[in-house]
Design a protein around this ligand. Structure first.
Ligand code: TPP
Ligand code: MG
Length: 565
């Protein structure tokens, strides 16, 4: 029998992370996993220390979205794990590969409700693909390999591994495993033939792309497939970057604030090729554009998870496949005769471009700060491969509707609708891709949910540009309030700090912009600062909260609600 050197649990774990290709991890330390921290010390793995576990878990999610490899997050027992939960929930809803390691009470004290003890299997049962506790250090390689397999195979998602303290310090002589291999299915030739047959018979087909496991090659194949069959391509909620938004076949996103003309196209399509996304509430207009369980349109649903297919929608054709596998076959498919819908790409594209024009609320300088112009200025100054992050709030509309996302992994946004994602995700993106420009859209509410991570950005010199859309309120909720309880503002007003001064206090650059003409120069200064100093820059956009969406003001929403009472 081969003799293996004696290693502590923490050392075996970190050696395993290296075997599985981990180069960066996020976390907040705890006394529960000192042995891991010690093994990380000279591991070559970059351990980014966060200021709150919510920020760490969101950064791990952003890492997973950007790379397709599991984002790694380390947190301590009870309090650390509870703080990290938001990132786990997001990774689950967004199908992001992520592994959360939690320091756990030692086996000598377990099941006594010892200090900070929680049973993570129960706590995270619904939020993770797999939750386990490693009780013996010699079994770490096996658990670790499985965690990487589970997080990346089929429908990707988060995995939780609890690490009892005494297990981490106990010595074992054990072999490491090899590197994990993500497993994805592929369509059969017969399935592609059937899809082709259905497409050939269609009159108003539409592609709806989204979901995970996409690669640059898969995105290129999507473009080829769309061009060859003259198909309009819409993208699912917060997966807008699967096709360059400047491409003539890109016709918009199916999500919150959908272009009514595109909504009509989805409703009236006779065949929707659903390439990748779960058909969730946000991507189906609350299950109305595409009715569940039996849609009016014929659906071809391609998804990475077999368990997802047929779970809500009974598609006419269900194909279990990873996106690279499926798109390679679709790109290679003999194109069908597309004469019946040959005009639809140009028409749908024209509808998108019309929807992206300056909205009337800003016409003729109607508002001192034109948020549409802000987005135009970003597109003029930032390179096409810039990464744009956001969390939840009405401010996100300015990005989703008017910003033209470049090729894949230029959009980092939670389909889970979690607030607090924008800032940590932007910082993680910059740490991963220091040469690329990162622009973070954050509301005033959003920013303060994880604004403390600005300290992390300064510590690791992540030069992100953060735009704080300050309307003095939790705007989305205020909008719903005006619709349902007009004039009765409750729990949604915010008194804010001086955001620019706050950024400077952290060591970043900070400015306030009140007028349209001042934004361009402010952005140029912010971009130059982030480039030169490799430190974050924040621009607070202070504007009238009445401007709640590109289509409606709070006043008009209130008046309409009152009139219909
Ligand atoms: C963690 C979390 N808490 C609460 C909510 C509910 N919520 C959705 S949007 C929103 C307000 C966002 O406010 P802000 O960031 O200022 O953006 P605005 O809508 O004002 O543009 C709230 C409270 C949420 N989605 N996530
Ligand atoms: Mg706000």
């Amino acid at each position: 029998m081969t003799k293996h050197p004696s290693r502590s649990g923490g050392q075996i774990l970190v050696d395993g992370l290296k075997i599985h290709g981990v180069d960066m991890a996020f976390g907040v330390p705890g006394e529960s996993y000192l042995d891991v921290l010690d093994a990380l010390h000279d591991s070559g793995i970059r351990f980014i220390v966060n200021r709150q576990e919510g920020g760490a878990a969101f950064m791990a999610d952003a890492y997973g979205k950007m790379t397709g490899r599991p984002g790694i997050c380390f947190v301590t027992r009870g309090p650390g794990a509870t703080n990290a939960a938001i990132g786990l929930h997001t990774a689950f809803q967004d199908s992001t590969p992520l592994i959360l390691f939690i320091g756990q009470v030692g086996g000598d004290f377990s099941d006594r409700e010892a200090f900070q003890e929680i049973d993570y299997r129960r706590m995270f049962g619904q939020m993770a693909k797999w939750v386990a506790q490693i009780d013996r250090s010699e079994r770490i390689p096996e658990y670790l390999a499985r965690a990487f397999q589970v997080a990346t195979s089929g429908r990707p998602g988060p995995v939780v591994l609890a690490l009892p303290e005494d297990m981490l310090t106990s010595l074992a002589q054990v072999a490491d495993t090899g590197r994990y291999q993500p497993v994805q299915a592929a369509p059969s030739v017969a399935q592609v033939e059937q899809l082709r047959h259905m497409l050939a018979k269609a009159r108003r087909p539409l592609v709806l792309a989204g979901g995970t496991t996409w690669t640059a090659a898969a995105c290129a194949d999507l473009q080829r497939f769309a061009e060859a069959n003259r198909l309009p391509v819409a993208c699912a909620f917060r997966y807008q970057d699967l096709l360059d938004n400047g491409h003539p076949h890109y016709v918009g996103d199916v999500g919150i604030g959908i272009n009514p003309a595109l909504a009509a196209r989805v409703s009236e399509a006779d065949l929707i090729l659903v390439l990748g996304p779960r058909l969730g509430e946000m991507t189906t207009g609350g299950y109305s554009l595409i009715e569940a369980p039996l849609p009016r349109q014929q659906l071809v649903h391609i998804h990475t998870g077999a368990e997802e297919l047929g779970s809500v929608y009974q598609a006419a054709l269900m194909i279990n496949s990873g996106m690279p596998q499926a798109l390679a076959m679709l790109a290679a498919m003999v194109p069908v005769d597309s004469a019946a819908w040959s005009g639809s790409v140009a028409e749908a594209r024209a509808e998108l471009l019309a929807y992206q024009q300056r909205p009337p609320i800003f016409r003729d300088g109607a508002a001192p700060l034109d948020l549409w112009q802000v987005v135009q200025e970003i597109m003029a100054q930032a390179p096409a491969d810039s990464i744009v992050s956001n969390g939840a709030g009405n401010y996100a509309t300015w990005a989703h509707r008017f910003y033209r996302y470049g090729a894949m992994r230029t959009q980092l946004a939670p389909t889970s609708g979690a607030m607090g994602y924008a800032v940590p995700a932007g910082i993680a993106a910059k740490l991963l891709a220091p040469a690329r420009t990162v622009i973070t859209f954050a509301g005033d509410g959003e920013y303060l949910m994880n604004g403390q991570e600005l300290a992390t950005a300064v510590q690791y010199r992540a030069g992100v540009v953060i735009l704080v859309f300050n309307n003095g309120m939790f705007g989305t909720i205020r909008m719903h309030q005006e619709r349902h309880y007009p004039g009765r503002v409750s729990g949604t007003a915010l008194h804010n700090p001086d955001f620019a001064a706050l950024a400077r206090a952290y060591g970043g650059h900070g400015e306030v912009v009140l007028a349209t003409a001042d934004f361009g120069p402010a952005l140029a200064r912010a971009l130059a600062w982030t480039e030169r100093e490799r430190l974050p820059a924040l621009i607070e956009l202070r504007y009238d909260g009445n401007l709640i969406t590109p289509n409606a003001t709070l006043d008009t929403i209130r008046r309409q609600a009152e009139a219909s009472r």
